[in-house]
Design a binder for this molecule. Structure first.
Ligand SMILES: *[C@@H]1O[C@H](CO)[C@@H](O)[C@H](O)[C@H]1NC(C)=O
Ligand SMILES: *[C@@H]1O[C@H](CO)[C@@H](O)[C@H](O)[C@H]1NC(C)=O
Ligand SMILES: *[C@@H]1O[C@H](CO)[C@@H](O)[C@H](O)[C@H]1NC(C)=O
Ligand SMILES: *[C@@H]1O[C@H](CO)[C@@H](O)[C@H](O)[C@H]1NC(C)=O
Ligand SMILES: *[C@@H]1O[C@H](CO)[C@@H](O)[C@H](O)[C@H]1NC(C)=O
Ligand SMILES: *[C@@H]1O[C@H](CO)[C@@H](O)[C@H](O)[C@H]1NC(C)=O
Length: 837
């Protein structure tokens, strides 16, 4: 339904676009609001894959063969990347045997969650084989799988060195030149380590006298090919991102037991060509270095996800990291996104070291002399020329230093020294990104951020920060997004989560119906095509250069465009003096501000002269003759102004005390039976109805859901943005309105508070099961679930009590009941203008 309303409104957008005052957020304002909100029921073009298994958390995209390989609990799947739901998938059952599971249970593990085979590792091994590892009920196993046949081999490999035992542990792994580079908590004791296995030189980190890793939880790893185009013969490096217990801060140390549970984000790196030491650091990394990663509030941030961009060109390689911020009181939930340049990470790794100072029992900056060759560096041409052909040739002095100095003194700070985004009430769990080159030349990074409750935020990184193009509810049941993979070839995003895998298009430009809407979206994939009069995918269109885009500012380029829809039709509202009336006007964008003009000039502000401005319309309370006039509703966004709706409001003098006959103004428009009902209602119930109005409201609420889709209090229904509060009155005559074919119009409770679907929206889909009555008692209970996504201050209509009523979803109901009380002596005459629809 929202989609249809959306298209309707967007047809009108830009109909009367004139430059308005700039509403751009100051760049310091980092709490970005997603411009569009797309709830689950309005998703389009998505494909969903689900089988018997759970926990679809490991994804491997093979672009060349257009396959998406999925590791789940007890199963592996090979899906078509073109359409993951085409029904032609291949499946490998790979469960732990009942004996294994009972053994696992005997060891004290949970046989309902942990004692399964969770596939955690799935990578391409060589031209013919994939390599997979599973936790296998706390006895990890790995297998080389023939990718063509897609079947388990006859024999398995021991997985102890490659895979965590615990399915919930952070894990990251890569296969590089046939070697496995895995980082997780290994074995039953959960020892954190970065290991290389399946390689002639297996390596791991050092544990004594300094633990190189402390309680580390791994998030991400990536190979950066720094050897390519290197003038000094540098080596390729693997970077690891994780959180661990702080070593340097707050006096905690890796020697004695730590009294601090304080955790910090880290980046570490090793050289691909590392062979370990000969006597010292034998079978240990000689190139391990780690550094603190700082985003916003160092004390309270936990690293959740990292992605890397441009890893093919190390000069341009950069990372995006998602953190969640938690305070001691855990009352405020927030996330932050920071960007880090590889160059900054490299600079930190070539800077000063930290050292554990026994006297002070803390880590401090190392001020002494540094041996040569520089400890922790990869073997380069200059080292080779000095006879150091591999790490095994390094002098003992250097390796002894490496052993004791894994930590760098300087932290890695984000690009521009601050986060790109801070977002309240959101917990990001994963992210991925891709650079998008626009037709005009510049390249923008497009990020997809998954939340803990099943939403995806799509955001473009701008010079000034981040713009969230849209938030999409990809899973109806709240669940953490566990994996995200972008396919440029399929123009798709794949989302792995506990219940299944979802495939979404990277862009849905057709949602934007006008030139202005297309540029306001600032989606680098979308541009307005003047020749086809539509918003099209900028990457696939032949005529790329003629496309109109304004990613950086989001408001220029459409000035000369003639692609404006027809002006919205004028609607007429006629009310009795003293009544309240709502003039509906839905803002299509969460970033738009509603602007109401009376008689074309007077700007109406909330709370003045009986006006209440909300994101869904203008409420005029206690109408007086001077409220008559023509009302125009505009959307103001990013300095642009678009006309959304116009109304002509006529306030007529109130009729005296209720007479037992129908008002003349209404009689001609009412059907005879409805008239009769009206008269009967007046006569029979009279003042009793006023007194009981609030009680009736309650009754109606409780019964509301069962009365079909035109029923009352459907405001909170899924996709219910196209509803209008038509009129509130204590008078309860039968009435008719053109949107409702008489059904439910005669009911008494029906007219006490009539909420009907907005005009212009075709008949809604069949009713969903009614929500539990308890939620309906204020008639609006489900509203916040839809509105909570939206910029809070847009919802003043529902939240601001005029006399100190506490904010919250209930206050609208309270406001209605107050209005009902106040309006005891008024009559309902509100009429929709037939011609307006
Ligand atoms: C888990 O263990 C309990 C015994 O503690 C047993 O009753 C139950 O059947 C087991 N569940 C499964 C799925 O094995
Ligand atoms: C790939 O690896 C598997 C398992 O180690 C091996 O059996 C197979 O021969 C390898 N294939 C190629 C082309 O190297
Ligand atoms: C697997 O999915 C279930 C929900 O289906 C979830 O509760 C559990 O935490 C998931 N386990 C892992 C290891 O992700
Ligand atoms: C390093 O390699 C060069 C040429 O391959 C060789 O001459 C030299 O002896 C090697 N040095 C060491 C220390 O092995
Ligand atoms: C490309 O755009 C030019 C002008 O902008 C137009 O004349 C031409 O027909 C367009 N070509 C296609 C294939 O749309
Ligand atoms: C708006 O115009 C109407 C009629 O055109 C007039 O009655 C009304 O007083 C005007 N209101 C204001 C505030 O100018």
């Amino acid at each position: 339904m929202w989609g249809r309303l959306w298209s309707l409104l967007l047809g009108f957008l830009a109909a009367a676009t004139v430059p308005g005052p700039s509403l751009r957020r100051p760049s310091q304002e980092l709490d970005a609001t997603p411009r569009m909100t797309i709830p689950h029921e309005e998703l389009s073009g998505t494909r969903y894959f689900q089988a018997q298994a759970q926990n679809y958390s490991t994804l491997l995209l093979e672009e060349a063969s257009a396959r998406l390989l999925v590791g789940a609990r007890g199963a592996l799947f090979s899906l078509s990347a073109r359409d993951i739901a085409d029904g032609a998938h291949k499946e490998i059952h790979w469960e732990a045997s009942p004996e294994m599971r009972s053994k696992c249970h005997q060891k004290g593990k949970n046989n309902l969650t942990e004692c399964f085979n969770h596939v955690r590792f799935l990578q391409r091994l060589n031209a013919t084989h994939l390599y997979a590892c599973g936790t296998h009920a706390f006895q990890p196993l790995c297998a080389a799988i023939d990718a063509e046949a897609f079947a388990l081999p006859g024999s398995f490999e021991e997985g102890k060195e490659k895979c965590p035992y615990d399915p919930a542990r952070g894990f990251t792994g890569l296969i590089i030149d046939g070697g496995l580079y895995t980082a997780t908590r290994y074995e039953f004791r959960s020892i954190p380590d970065i290991r290389r296995s399946r390689h002639p030189h297996s390596l791991r980190t050092e544990e004594a006298p300094v633990h190189w890793l402390n309680d580390a939880e791994f998030v991400f790893s990536v190979l950066v090919r720094e050897s390519e185009a290197s003038t000094v013969g540098d080596d390729d490096k693997v970077y690891y991102f994780f959180t661990e217990r702080a070593a340097a801060e707050e006096g905690s140390s890796s020697f004695g037991p730590s009294r601090s549970s304080h955790r910090v984000a880290r980046v570490a790196r090793v050289c691909k060509g590392d062979l370990g030491g000969k006597k010292i650091l034998q079978k240990k990394w000689t190139s391990f270095l780690k550094a603190r990663l700082i985003c916003h509030i160092p004390q309270y941030e936990k690293l959740r996800g990292v992605c890397s961009l441009d890893t093919e060109h190390s000069a341009r390689t950069h990372f995006y990291a998602a953190f969640t911020l938690t305070t001691q009181w855990k009352t405020l939930e927030a996330s932050a996104i920071c960007r880090y340049d590889l160059a900054e990470v490299q600079a930190v790794f070539s800077g000063p070291y930290m050292e554990y100072q026994d006297g002070a029992r803390r880590w401090g900056r190392y001020e002494g002399g540094i041996p040569e060759p520089r400890p922790g560096s990869c073997i380069t041409d200059s080292l080779r020329s000095r006879g150091y052909n591999s790490s095994q040739d390094l002098p003992s002095l250097v390796l002894d230093f490496v052993k004791l100095h894994p930590l760098m003194a300087r932290p890695v700070v984000p690009t521009r020294g601050r986060p790109l985004l801070l977002k309240r009430n959101v917990r990001y769990t994963h992210l991925t990104g891709t650079p998008v080159t626009t037709p005009a030349g510049p390249t923008y990074d497009l990020l997809f951020l998954g939340t803990a409750d099943g939403w995806i935020h799509k955001a473009v990184v701008l010079g000034s920060g981040m713009h969230i193009i849209e938030e999409t509810q990809v899973f109806r049941e709240p669940q953490a997004v566990e994996n995200l993979v972008v396919s440029l070839r399929q123009h798709s995003l794949y989302v792995g989560a506990p219940s299944g895998v979802i495939q979404l298009p990277l862009s849905t430009c057709f949602r934007y119906r006008s030139c202005y809407d297309c540029i306001l979206a600032r989606d680098p994939y979308c541009g307005w095509s003047p020749s086809s009069h539509s918003c099209v995918a900028a990457t696939t269109t032949a005529n790329r250069t003629s496309l109109i885009q304004d990613i950086e500012r989001g408001n220029r380029g459409c000035e000369g465009s003639t692609d404006v829809g027809p002006p919205p039709p004028l609607k007429t509202r006629s009310v009795l003096r003293g009544d309240d009336v709502l003039l509906p006007c839905d803002q299509p964008s969460n970033l738009a501000r509603a602007l109401w003009l009376l008689n074309g000039s007077k700007s109406l502000s909330d709370g003045q002269d009986g006006y209440r401005v909300g994101v869904d319309g203008l409420l005029v309370t206690d109408t007086q003759p001077e409220h008559s006039g023509s009302y125009s509703c505009f959307a103001e966004e990013n300095g642009l102004r678009a006309l959304l709706a116009s109304y002509s409001l006529v306030v007529r003098p109130a009729t005296p005390a209720p007479a037992p006959q129908a008002p003349a103004t209404k009689g001609s428009q009412l059907g005879p039976d409805v008239q009769l009902l009206y008269v009967l209602a007046i006569a029979a119930l009279g003042a009793l109805c006023f007194i009981l109005a609030f009680a009736l409201l309650y009754v109606a609420c409780l019964r509301g859901g069962g009365r079909g889709h035109q029923g009352k209090y459907s405001l909170g229904r899924a996709g219910g943005s196209a509803v209008q509060l038509q009129t509130v009155s204590g008078q309860c005559p039968g009435e008719e309105d053109e949107g409702d074919d008489g059904e439910g119009a005669g009911g008494l409770e029906g007219s006490c508070l009539q909420i009907i679907p907005g005009e212009g929206a075709p008949a809604p889909p069949p009713p969903p099961p009614p929500p539990p009555p308890a939620e309906l008692t204020n008639g609006l209970a489900a509203l916040p679930s839809r509105l909570r996504r939206v910029n809070g201050n847009n919802y003043v209509l529902l939240r601001q009590g005029s006399n100190g009523v506490p904010a919250g979803p209930c206050s609208f109901a309270e406001e209605l009941s107050r209005i009902l009380e106040k309006r005891k002596h008024t009559q309902l005459v509100e009429q929709l203008d037939e011609s307006s629809v």
